[in-house]
Design a protein around this ligand. Structure first.
Ligand SMILES: *[C@@H]1O[C@H](CO)[C@@H](O)[C@H](O)[C@H]1NC(C)=O
Ligand SMILES: *[C@@H]1O[C@H](CO)[C@@H](O)[C@H](O)[C@H]1NC(C)=O
Ligand SMILES: *[C@@H]1O[C@H](CO)[C@@H](O)[C@H](O)[C@H]1NC(C)=O
Ligand SMILES: *[C@@H]1O[C@H](CO)[C@@H](O)[C@H](O)[C@H]1NC(C)=O
Length: 599
């Protein structure tokens, strides 16, 4: 530890009293004075106003509650409290699951969460105020909180050091895995690869335009990772017969075509010959066999759905079959994400339900814009193990990454079974990132500095949580707390992503309170904000009739796999209960090829 502390004597010194220059010239919004979602507007040179409109609070800093807000505040249970209730008392929830109360609670979960996301979107990384450009230019990721003004005394506003601690040191110290910590919720690699596969349809930071910009202009579940993020790419992937996507048959099974058959740009190392490069919607999915496995499953599902549609609608042309199948797959995806994926992740005994009709009686905007903060928080690399166990063999990162033959060597069933049985790592509260992936986490910190993300505590407040008053309260661990204090000086200067990862996990949970309270709103708004969930779209005819609607309403991870393989393997987002798994030893290989900060 000493070497780390000694690396920063200068920074520490400066951080103790951060008031450079003339205090009267400091932009007052750098103090983040406005509470409860009030908007800070600079007035004159040294003045500010907080716009408290519709916050339920008033006063200079929007800190005085109006009468009704005072009562609501007093009655609102803390996130810890309802998490406790929702993850215990199984007998109670077994009763609730089968009553109308399930619908009522599900509606409450959806509205309370989704209402925390502004819609239409507000800021972006270039516009810290409402503007037409920020609204209309969808190449930007949006922002929930505006960037820290550029003229603030410190990178985090007014608190903390003048220069933030070296991002590599933060990552090596607080994120780098020494021993593998298995996720206590039993999350497996099937979940980890699903997360990666699913989120890379909307997390596509633009290489050309830079951080803060996205190439995924659909801003949500548009299945661009299956169909391509633009029309030209989609057309190259399509067979133009019966609505289907191009494919090849290997060992009697359907796989994605090669780039020779579907000439789209894919990222592969030079030594991989074009005949071995599989072509799918997302250009980076050649990176991991787990991603290509999901790409294969969804390709098979698309073509299977096309067959079903064609049977019912022999008069439909290729285009209508394709478009309708795509909507069905979007619906299936959302169903699986809510009822299998989020259900597992939440640990709730309340049985979650995908039913857009729950929102038909309340105000809800069917639109979505992906936020920088959502992208930042979704870097769940601690999930990744130290090696990959398939059948009786163990593969290190060098053998696994860009291994284009593994999927076809083993086949989809064997990989599903292997990934479903191998445990993933716990994400929060422990240093648990494999060294091969550490540079991704460093990239996340660097990005947040370039984009001037506000401090972790400001996000706590924005998402209705109390700001932490000390590093000790945040981590629940004296040693880590002392080390963080040494580096950041002030809990109010702690950065967003490090805050999420070092926060103590909830009991027997994969991560801490903030990841849930900040992540869930983005997630649910993105899922239910999809146009297929709107009253005009959510009806059988949109999906080609009752059969297609039924496909959406009965979709599950199990069916996605088992209807598209010959022999149904063990498939779930958690390891089987009896798996007596031992943590595995770390391997010392380096991940040489990195294609995107998100991966
Ligand atoms: C408002 O916030 C500023 C900056 O944090 C603080 O100095 C001031 O005392 C606050 N004013 C009131 C009335 O709370
Ligand atoms: C969005 O903003 C960026 C940065 O200003 C600009 O380069 C791009 O052309 C804009 N996109 C559109 C569609 O106007
Ligand atoms: C209620 O839902 C939870 C979560 O899906 C599940 O664990 C439990 O078995 C369900 N109970 C019944 C009776 O369906
Ligand atoms: C790729 O995986 C296969 C197993 O399917 C293995 O035999 C091969 O050695 C791996 N390739 C590399 C380059 O490690």
């Amino acid at each position: 530890m000493c070497w780390l502390l000694h690396a920063f004597p200068l920074v520490m010194l400066l951080s103790l009293n951060a008031s450079p220059g003339d205090a009267s010239s400091v932009n007052p919004c750098c103090y983040f004075p406005c509470q409860h979602k009030g908007i800070c507007v600079r007035v004159g040179t040294a003045g500010y106003e907080c716009d408290c409109t519709r916050t339920g609070y008033y006063g200079t800093n929007c800190s005085v509650p109006e009468f009704w807000m005072r009562i609501r505040e007093a009655m609102r249970p803390s996130p810890t409290f309802y998490h406790f209730i929702l993850t215990r008392f199984k007998w109670f929830w077994d009763i609730i699951n089968n009553t109308f109360i399930r619908d009522t609670l599900m509606r409450l979960v959806l509205t309370l969460r989704a209402n925390l996301i502004p819609s239409p979107p507000t800021y972006n990384s270039d516009y810290g105020y409402i503007s037409w450009e920020a609204y209309a230019n969808v190449s930007y990721f949006t922002r929930i909180l505006p960037p820290v003004p550029t003229d603030c005394p410190t990178p985090m506003g007014t608190k903390g050091p003048l220069q933030l601690p070296d991002s590599r040191l933060v990552a090596e110290h607080f994120f780098l895995r020494r021993t593998f910590h298995p996720d206590p919720q039993g999350t497996n690699l099937m979940f980890a690869f699903f997360a990666q596969h699913f989120t890379h349809q909307f997390f596509k930071t633009s290489g050309k335009m830079g951080h803060g910009f996205t190439r995924a202009l659909g801003h949500g579940v548009d299945l661009g990772h299956i169909y391509g993020d633009n029309l030209e790419r989609q057309h190259k992937l399509r067979l133009f017969r019966d609505g289907k996507l191009k494919y090849q048959i290997l060992n009697g099974e359907i796989y994605p075509p090669t780039v020779m058959e579907a000439p789209v740009h894919m990222i592969y190392p030079k030594h991989v010959l074009p005949g071995d490069q599989l072509a799918v919607g997302q250009e980076v999915f050649g990176l991991l066999p787990g991603l290509m496995m999901y790409a294969t499953l969804w390709l098979r599902e698309h073509n299977r759905v096309c067959d079903l549609l064609k049977q019912e609608h022999p008069t439909w042309d290729d285009e209508q079959l394709f478009q309708t199948a795509r909507l069905i797959l979007i619906g299936e995806t959302i169903k699986i994400v809510i009822e299998d994926y989020v259900q597992h992740l939440s640990g709730y005994y309340l049985q979650l339900k995908f039913d857009p009709e729950l929102l038909f009686g309340v105000q809800f905007q069917y639109r979505n814009r992906i936020a920088v903060e959502f992208n930042q928080l979704y870097h769940w690399h601690p999930l990744m193990p130290d090696s990959f166990r398939i059948r009786d063999k163990e593969y290190n990162y060098d053998q696994f990454i860009y291994n284009t033959t593994m999927l076809t060597d083993y086949g989809v069933e064997a990989l599903v079974e292997a990934f479903s049985k191998q445990r993933a790592g716990q994400i929060g509260g422990v240093a648990n990132i494999n060294e091969n992936l550490l540079k991704v986490a460093i990239g996340v910190i660097e990005e947040s500095r370039l984009l001037r993300l506000q401090p972790f505590n400001e996000y706590r407040k924005r998402f209705n949580m109390k700001p932490y008053t000390s590093f000790q309260e945040l981590t629940g661990d004296e040693k880590t707390a002392a080390e963080l204090e040494e580096l950041y000086g002030d809990i109010d200067a702690l950065e967003f992503y490090p805050g999420l990862l070092v926060e103590k996990a909830q009991p027997n949970s994969i991560f801490g309170e903030s990841m849930v309270e900040i992540g869930a709103p983005f997630s649910l708004k993105g899922l239910l904000g999809n146009p297929i969930c709107s009253p005009e779209y959510w009806k059988p005819s949109t999906f080609g009739g009752a059969t297609g609607f039924e496909l959406v309403n009965t979709a599950s991870l199990q069916k996605l796999v088992c209807l598209n393989v010959k022999k149904c393997p063990y498939v779930a987002f958690r390891v089987p209960d009896d798996s007596g798994e031992e943590p595995m030893e770390a391997t010392s290989v380096s991940w040489k090829k990195e294609q995107s900060t998100e991966l």
